[in-house]
Design a binder for this molecule. Sequence first.
Ligand code: WTA
Length: 643
Amino acid sequence: MFYPYLIQSEDEYRRHYRQSVEDPEGFWSGVASHFHWRKKWDQVLNWNFEEPRVEWFVNGKLNITENCLDRHIKEGNGDVPALIWEPNDPKEPHRVLTYRDLLQQVNLFAEVLRIQGVRKGDRICIYMGMIPELAVAILAAARIGAVHSVIFGGFSAQSIADRVDDAGAEYIVTCDGAHRGSKEIPLKPVIDEAFAHCREVKKVIVFQRTGAEVFMKPGRDVWWHDEMRKVEYSGQMQVDAEEMDAEDMLFILYTSGSTGKPKGVVHTCGGYMVWAAYTFVNVFQYQSGEIHFCTADIGWITGHSYILYGPLCAGASSLMYEGVPTWPDAGRLWDIVKKHKVNILYTAPTAIRSLMSFGLEPIKDKDFSSLRMLGSVGEPINEEAWRWFYENIGQSNIPIVDTWWQTETGGIMISNLAGVTPHRPGWATLPLPGVQPVLLDDHGREVLSKDEDGLYKGNLCIKAPWPGILRTTYGDHERCRLNYFERFAGMYFTGDGAMRDEHGNFRITGRVDDVLNVSGHRIGTAELENAINMHHAVVESAVVGYPHDVKGQGIYAYVICADVVEDHHARRQEISVTVSKMIGSIARPDKIQFVQGLPKTRSGKIMRRILRKIAEGETDNVGDTTTLLDPLIVEEIRLNRIF
Ligand code: WTA
């Protein structure tokens, strides 16, 4: 496939960037014209960040799956591999689904969904392992205009229940279980358990992956293979894709913020499609025939945009891996690279650090010669990990892209373009065309003077909309406004801090709000505290992050119990189990310290700054404690700190 919007030189990048700022409508209209629309838009952009309201390609009509599938087949690329699936167990054969195969599966399952009663606009929760059927379920939903909400396989029954209720979902697609490393993870039983906490749905469609025995409720639960077979026998193999408005909802994806329960970030059909494909092609400099391997889980935005929608819109071959990087051994990822001759490897700093910890033995004698570039996403990449990745995997001669973005941005926002603009360890570098970042101080003034080290530092905001920006938070537009558009008037606030050098390169320093980034997973401290407080003996808790060698950030919880805790180990276990039940095991605290009280101001606000310092091990200088209600409490916490 030929990409008319591919940026091929640094000069061209600068030209395109300038044009995207000076004439965004002209620029994006040009890019969007290379997609398949049933009807062209009347207006390119309509926006107002105060409300907030953002509409791209107003009145344009399309179906994203026609861009992901039908289009490539029509252009003669039906036999190109769309998805290459590598199973958890290296002894199980891998699968290749060409664009033609994938469309056929999507059509069949779209018809299954229709028969089960799903209509345009209905919400479908998808809770599956990393198997091709997950991609099929997502695309089938999009094909008939249903809204998918994928729930990461590591979330608990309670988390599923919260999402099913919040989204008002009537349908669930799941598996009996999933294979991940040496473990077999139950999925359907977790769905069953979720119904104890939320309203029951109309239908649950279950794909059989592990063969585990599961409960099937008559009338509600049906097997994927039974329903697919019925459609196959009926001969109803071609499903007309639903005509969608550019601003119709495509999906909801829940993500943590600094307050309350996770919120449903909403992306729409037109803008998201253009943004996912545009950023995919340009950042990775994708060339026809290449194998793209993104190691993320489709339960997160990275999987949505860079395993599925971006690569498929671009007619690329996307590799999807069921398992974990360290099983059966720490060389697995490299074996996959060799086996499938991977050209692009896109992963997370936490995965790199975990592989680093095994030393060089697992990479000895591996073949990295197919790799053309590497990518990193999800958290700031420390220089040591960057260098390890560059030298040992990239053999010191291929580019690394450090891609900064968020669930809310739909796609990559700040990144170098592989081999086109230079990389730099620890720096995401330059904004993509369409992205106008600005650094503001805490009073909302633009940071105009450099720090002593010659850098501008501040809160990272974006001045104007790009096609992939979130449109709302599901069911609560005001929450969207408060979360992202209220703190700095007229701007989208990212929640991240950043610095910029005099050439306009950005380095992201991390969250400035109460959100932790644990192994690349976003977890709100408020959400964590609520979960911990569910333990019957807990009176109050405060959670902060601290630097962790592999996870990036670890979770440190200060907990007040109503009783005198005698067996600390057992109580910690119980609290961990409570957190696993409320959120999922990804949110288990790394350290739990039992305390008599928390450092609070006279107005009752917890001084997290102090708790953070103690968790970080900086016990000598915790800062000013004179405004505290009870300064002595700090002393007690400091003395009993957990190492
Ligand atoms: C962080 C993941 C530094 C950041 C795509 C952001 C990063 C949050 C980078 C979003 C990066 C993501 N460098 N930090 N290259 N990429 N982050 O929504 O704090 O799961 O706000 O989206 O991850 O996480 P989310």
